[in-house]
Design a protein around this ligand. Structure first.
Ligand SMILES: [Zn+2]
Length: 219
């Protein structure tokens, strides 16, 4: 990957040829970049964007992988507990049900939203956006869904859930016989694939492709 500093502003440029630094507000002319080149602010060094090769194909593959991992991550056992001869298997879904049945309906709803519903909605929005670019179909809906995706981002809290699982494991390890389940590995894999997807699905290229400006994004 090579770096290129964004050129300084010259007068009489149309606004679509300009870019502002998110960190220090420096206004610059948008540089012409090759694939996998990183554009940095010349004043503060903030990474403005990276122009990625085959962004739609790569992101589609990652979204499909994440959706395949979603079901086992939520419905296969995260851990098995053996305590005084009694054993139990815990999944993300059974955790939500357990909270609901023990009278904590409010917390069950929040856990369900942040650990199951919103992550799934985010993935489905990303899939629909990428398909609308790839198939050149319904880009106005794609724009709407991509906006919704950006609003949902803060509400998907798989990382927080994973921290909760790790804390519970450390606490329970002294009390009971604990073994890790397949669900936990799928959950961690889902988290990693989602993080990779966030990096590879470069927002400026997706916005450009949805607006019909980046004709090569779907290649
Ligand atoms: Zn800057």
């Amino acid at each position: 990957m090579s770096d290129s500093a964004a050129p300084q502003l010259s007068p009489e440029l149309p606004v679509e040829h300009l870019i502002a630094c998110h960190e220090c507000d420096l206004l610059m002319r948008k540089p012409n970049t090759g694939y996998d080149e990183r554009v940095e602010c010349p004043r503060c060094g903030f990474e403005l964007y990276t122009h990625r090769h085959q962004v739609v194909r790569r992101s589609l593959a990652l979204v499909v992988a994440a959706l395949l991992l979603y079901v086992p991550a939520n419905f296969l056992p995260i851990m098995r507990l053996n305590l005084l001869g009694q054993s139990s298997e815990d999944t993300v879904w059974s955790g939500v049900l357990g909270l609901y049945e023990s009278g904590m309906q409010g917390i069950a709803a929040v856990v369900f939203l942040c650990s199951m519903a919103v992550p799934l909605l985010k993935l489905l929005c990303q899939l629909a956006v990428l398909l609308s670019i790839r198939l050149d179909l319904g880009r106005s809906y794609g724009l709407l869904l991509y906006r919704i995706y950006h609003h949902l981002r803060e509400w998907g809290m798989l990382e927080v859930y994973l921290m909760g699982i790790l804390v519970a494991m450390v606490k329970l390890a002294d009390l009971a016989d604990l073994s890790l389940g397949v669900g936990l590995f799928c959950f961690v894999a889902l988290l990693l694939v989602q993080a990779w997807l966030e990096v590879s699905m470069a927002p400026h290229q997706i916005w450009q492709a949805l607006a019909g400006e980046d004709v090569h994004a779907g290649d």
